[in-house]
Design a protein around this ligand. Structure first.
Ligand SMILES: Nc1ncnc2c1ncn2[C@@H]1O[C@H](COP(=O)(O)OP(=O)(O)OP(=O)(O)O)[C@@H](O)[C@H]1O
Length: 296
């Protein structure tokens, strides 16, 4: 039984009712004699720094409350700490790819039950330059544009739909390929691509089948690149991505990798778990069974 629980909470993420739910979960856990503390983040890196502090003490479970950005910070804090404390995820963001993959519920009773009877599972993490990620590293015009387009939706899927609807000037820019030179597990590969993804899980950007061969604990990341192609073929791939059949398309490159170095000319923006990391070159690798998470 977990006795010392630290909750790391981004109060700016998600709806107000989640904050009440967290208070309810805290009370329920305290009623069983557990010590529970809540740390509210105020700015970038608070989540990571609180996690590092928790790992130094006697905390035996961390609960991350927020979106993918907060989860990413907590994972970075855990990865930089000696003691590997199990992590539970209470997802309040708009995307929550990682938590959706594990079907983690935000209902108070379900989440409380997971703390009581959940299973601990070691999962892989990725590292891009000096930053860790739990879900995905990505780059390409489409991710750059998706970041810039102001839409209510934060998922790639939602934003793509918004772009495709013609709600604003159609950004031809997303079809501008980037010349990449990659070292894929030591093998040199050159491709002109629209975008690439290096993923740890199957769910990316709201698509549940985009990386449908990825396994979270196989010691591999999955590299997907969509190569330069006519616009109509791109839409074909987009539609196929709903059921996972895009992977067999001749312009889709898909490979299990342990280490990939990505160089681009001109340099390309990279993001990890939906947050901007920096520009290429990027050295991306897998860390096998790096984080212990609590699953239902
Ligand atoms: N109190 C705060 N106010 C504003 N921003 C914060 C606060 N605490 C943390 N942040 C920053 O907010 C960013 C977004 O956090 P997070 O991803 O958890 O929320 P979200 O945007 O609601 O989720 P999602 O991106 O999944 O929709 C993170 O980079 C985090 O560092």
């Amino acid at each position: 039984m977990y006795r010392n629980i630290d909750i790391i909470c981004n109060p700016s993420s998600g709806k107000q009712k989640f904050q009440q739910n967290i208070q309810d979960i805290k009370k329920m856990l305290e009623n069983e004699g557990r010590k529970v503390k809540i740390f509210y983040t105020e700015k970038k890196y608070d989540g990571k720094n609180y996690t590092i502090e928790s790992c130094k003490g006697t905390t035996d479970l961390i609960i991350s409350v927020g979106g993918d950005g907060t989860l990413n910070e907590v994972v970075n804090g855990l990865m930089e700490s000696e003691r590997k404390i199990p992590l539970a995820i209470y997802p309040t963001g708009t995307v929550n790819d990682f938590a959706s993959f594990f079907e983690i519920s935000t209902k108070v009773q379900d989440f409380y039950r997971m703390i009581q009877h959940g299973r601990e599972k070691w999962v892989d993490a990725g590292k891009a330059n000096d930053h860790y990620f739990i879900n995905v590293a990505a780059g390409g015009k489409i991710t750059e544009v998706a970041h810039k387009v102001s839409s209510d939706s934060k998922t790639i899927l939602g934003r793509m739909a918004y772009i495709l609807e013609g709600a604003r000037d159609f950004p031809r820019e997303i079809f501008k390929p980037v010349q990449l030179k990659l070292s894929v597990d030591g093998e040199m590969v050159e491709r002109e691509v629209l975008f690439f993804l290096v993923s740890n899980t199957q769910f990316v950007g709201g698509f549940k089948q985009l990386m449908n061969r990825a396994k979270i604990d196989d010691g591999k990341l999955d590299l997907l690149m969509v190569e330069k192609l006519p616009v109509k073929d791109f839409f074909n791939i987009f539609v196929k991505a709903f059921n996972g059949s895009h992977i067999d398309h001749p312009k889709v490159y898909y490979k299990y990798v342990e280490e990939v170095t990505i160089m681009a000319e001109p340099a390309m923006e990279i993001d990890v778990d939906g947050e901007y990391l920096g520009n290429t070159p990027a050295q991306i690798s897998v860390i096998k069974k790096a984080v212990k998470i609590l699953v239902p």
